[in-house]
Ligand binder design. Structure first.
Ligand code: ATP
Ligand code: MG
Length: 258
């Protein structure tokens, strides 16, 4: 691993408060990602994967812990600087594509550039077309998202994520809404981007896709754990669920004969 990580998170915690409930979504996470790395994050539903990704992507702030992005302690940034860093350094790909329905394909892809000063209309379009060429979607510039298949929409979303040449691509279940053929295509696309130098952090439920990454990170209950620990914790959880189910069955059986 490179000496200076691009992403350097130490003892990151995130607590959500709702009415009477306090959820410790992240309970002390350390994560270092070197430039050019490709990391997958997996673990059971609710273990904190999306929360972690949104902190990495500066969409939210941690409750405690330190985070340096490319050597800059993020907590010291003003809101306007955070927005600028997010726009320039980070590209997001979401499970639900999140394209804007009343903008055409090319306009969707141009959008991140339109928040930057100094990029004229002509250059925006040129860069959008180049990004769409990379994902094999340049033949649909004037379509609206609803006129595309799910796989095509996700390829457009990948083009939008990479058009600004961000340092990091963050993908949260990028294949979650796709069938396996389209899912594989998106994964191959991410592989290509990684080979051309992109740093990628991808959340996935799917072990097959996690294996595409160069490094796999596993989470359980708001913490990073190693694979063996995760297997043990999962087995323990399965055992508890089975035990509860059998208790339930015996209650029902007793009721049935009483
Ligand atoms: N905005 C919020 N307000 C309150 N609780 C939240 C909020 N966002 C997430 N949580 C809680 O934090 C925990 C972690 O959620 P998170 O979305 O990070 O899980 P996840 O690992 O991405 O799950 P999944 O695989 O289902 O997407 C969950 O218990 C969730 O209910
Ligand atoms: Mg999630």
């Amino acid at each position: 691993m490179n000496d200076s990580p691009l992403i350097d998170m130490r003892d990151i915690r995130k607590v959500f408060y709702t009415d009477e409930l306090e959820t410790h979504a992240l309970a002390g996470v350390d994560l270092q990602v070197a430039p050019g790395d490709y990391v997958s994050i997996s673990g059971p539903s609710g273990c904190g994967k999306s929360t972690l990704l949104s902190l990495v992507g500066l969409l939210d702030v941690p409750s405690a812990g330190s985070y340096s992005l490319n050597g800059t302690p993020v907590a010291k940034l003003k809101a306007s600087d955070r927005a600028r860093v997010r726009n320039r350094e980070i590209g997001f790909i979401f499970q639900a594509f999140n394209l804007i329905g009343d903008l055409r394909v090319a306009e969707n892809v141009e959008l991140p550039l339109s928040y930057r000063s100094g990029i004229g209309r002509g250059e925006r379009r040129e860069r959008a077309v180049a990004a769409l060429e990379r994902v094999g979607m340049a033949h649909r510039l004037n379509h609206y998202p609803a006129q595309l298949s799910g796989g095509q929409q996700q390829r457009v979303a990948v083009a939008r994520a990479l058009v600004g040449e961000p340092a990091i691509l963050l993908a949260d279940e990028p294949t979650g809404n796709l069938d396996s053929k389209n899912g594989e295509q998106v994964m191959l696309l991410l592989n290509e981007l990684h080979q051309s130098g992109a740093t990628i952090v991808m959340v996935t439920h799917d072990d097959r896709y996690a294996a595409f990454a160069r490094r796999q990170v596993f989470m359980f209950d708001g913490q990073v754990v190693d694979e063996d620990t995760l297997d043990k914790l999962r087995a323990e959880e399965d055992r508890r669920v089975r035990e509860l189910a059998s208790q339930q069955l015996s209650v029902q059986a007793r009721r049935a004969v009483s």
